[in-house]
Design a protein around this ligand. Sequence first.
Ligand SMILES: Cc1cc2nc3c(=O)[nH]c(=O)nc-3n(C[C@H](O)[C@H](O)[C@H](O)COP(=O)(O)OP(=O)(O)OC[C@H]3O[C@@H](n4cnc5c(N)ncnc54)[C@H](O)[C@@H]3O)c2cc1C
Length: 384
Amino acid sequence: MLVYDVVIVGAGPAGSSAAYDLASAGANVLIVDKENFPRDKPCGGGLTTKTVNALRFDISEVIYQECNRISLTNNFRHPVKDMASQTIAYMTERRDFDQFCLDKAIKAGAKFSVMSITHITRQNGQAVTLTTQDGRKITTPFVIAADGSKSIIRRIALPKKDRLQYAFALEGRVAMPEKYDRQRLDFDFFMVPHGYGWVFPKGDHLNIGIGNFRDRTIKDKKISKRILTDYCRKKLGHAEIESVIGHPLGGGGWSAKISSDRILFVGDAAGTVDSLLGEGIYNAIISGQAAAKAILEAMNHNNCPVMLTQKYEDSFNVIRKDLAFCNMMGKGFYGFPSLFYLSLLISPLRRRLLESFAKGKTVSGKNGMTGRIFNFPETLLPIS
Ligand SMILES: Cc1cc2nc3c(=O)[nH]c(=O)nc-3n(C[C@H](O)[C@H](O)[C@H](O)COP(=O)(O)OP(=O)(O)OC[C@H]3O[C@@H](n4cnc5c(N)ncnc54)[C@H](O)[C@@H]3O)c2cc1C
């Protein structure tokens, strides 16, 4: 018996955003997560303006700091500071943010259950059956796989060649120093190969982290607790970091497969983390919303799977273009660090970038930086 119109696996920002839209439109939605909420999630918890704008509801309750200033270095050399006229990033804690978004979806009518999905079986192209760790089975016409960068659904539903490209990041918590600029975001580019170190203020503490966003061959080998500790010592004069935790980030979404029959992949499970700055929450949210929209359209057309994948591909194309652009920029930025860092030292360029972030532009957005700063024609975007 088909009880739910849609089952969403994973209650991070991608899953909750999809659940919210589907439930608000009257669909019968079940969202499951292997963790009981609230739960911690390794993350810097930095939300750009475009991320906050993309959400369907106000999240000021779970914003602990707004930042409009930046401090940049090229591996501690050539420091530069600047500020935007408005907020460029909103600081949250994923434990609270994810619970808040899930609560909104539940209030909109979605059902939530703690379940770990371990297996899926397709039912003659008509439905999908999900099996939980304790042997329960749920059959549904549509599945949204929002189960993050280690997506088990992706591993089961798609062949090995469709595995994602991974980045890796590590973060921890540091006590707030007595005198500290709480509206400033610190980025120390290239202090790890193909990545950067960051310090984000969170009201009563700092979040410190390091991430490698490009070179999959060196991955976590160059991102270790020891390197994070050294970074902390260099930045803050001590090495007292608590709750150090790392996690892979799912990338490669500019060309990744994002659907399989009646299953749509969203967020990290679709490789939507950008490989320039490692930002993932924005694309997680908008891909979740795009999947919800595609399912609602398919439901209006007799649960048609062709309509489902076509509609999702159409909306996802915007994300693909942005990811492709970030990938191209990342190749240049991390491949030629000194040259690209030089551009950040040019005050009008840097200010333009900052103001674009503050206004909620995407890196490649139509009205965003492409037209005004980098000016790459769309046809040059490397989407395969
Ligand atoms: C250290 C670090 C720092 C980061 N900092 C930032 C940042 O500051 N800003 C930003 O925008 N992005 C950041 N990111 C990226 C961001 O965290 C991710 O892109 C984002 O969480 C993706 O959301 P999601 O909903 O796709 O997946 P997730 O948030 O990973 O959620 C997936 C959910 O699926 C559940 N799940 C997994 N498997 C199963 C299963 N088998 N059954 C049931 N449930 C399952 C998990 O428990 C989890 O709750 C960072 C990442 C890391 C690792």
